[in-house]
Design a protein around this ligand. Structure first.
Ligand SMILES: [Zn+2]
Length: 174
């Protein structure tokens, strides 16, 4: 599954001579944010993201062309395990996007769809109307941003930012 120099072994795994093995039959997941490898047992009723699942997560590390997302909800189900996904700039929306900075920022809560799970990493898309940022936070002061017609405004410090919002921005119960 990985070597311990790269990943921290997590639940459902064991280490032998520096290599991480799976203890149970299940799905192994690579948590990119914490560099952890976990195995989740395949029990019916345990929610695991799949291709076409709608997920909600928090934006973590951001690069100019992608962000990592810590998934904590699949559909209406809250998760206890940690799954991470990656949102690439080409999957944000149908038209061209200049910078990930105009899409979402670390700390934001987004809804996305799983479009692939290649190499045990969930690749996400926010291209549909109901997908995108659900809660965006001011890059300057951290306050919740209010959605105006074209921009996002911070009611506390007056900062103006951009986001790719979901059609129901600010309404999802977390
Ligand atoms: Zn602010």
């Amino acid at each position: 599954m990985g070597v311990i120099e790269e990943y921290i072994p997590d639940s459902g795994t064991y280490v032998k001579e520096g290599v991480i093995y799976s203890k149970i039959v299940g799905r192994s997941l690579v948590d990119l944010l914490n560099k952890r490898v976990s195995v989740y047992p395949l029990i019916s009723g345990v929610a695991v993201p799949k291709v076409s699942s709608s997920v909600v997560g928090q934006v973590g590390n951001a690069q100019s062309d992608n962000v990592l997302v810590r998934i904590f909800k699949i559909g209406p189900k809250r998760l206890s395990g940690v799954f991470s996904g990656i949102l690439h700039i080409s999957d944000v929306q149908d038209r061209y996007v200049d910078s990930m900075n105009d899409v979402c920022k670390p700390g934001d809560i987004i809804r996305a769809k799983v479009i692939s799970e290649k190499n045990q990493i969930y690749h996400l898309s926010t291209a549909e109307k109901d997908l995108g940022v659900l809660y965006g936070f001011c890059g300057r002061c951290g306050n919740l941003l209010e959605q105006k017609r074209y921009d996002m405004n911070c009611p506390r410090c007056g900062n103006v930012e951009k986001r790719k919002t979901a059609s129901d921005y600010g309404k999802e119960e977390l």
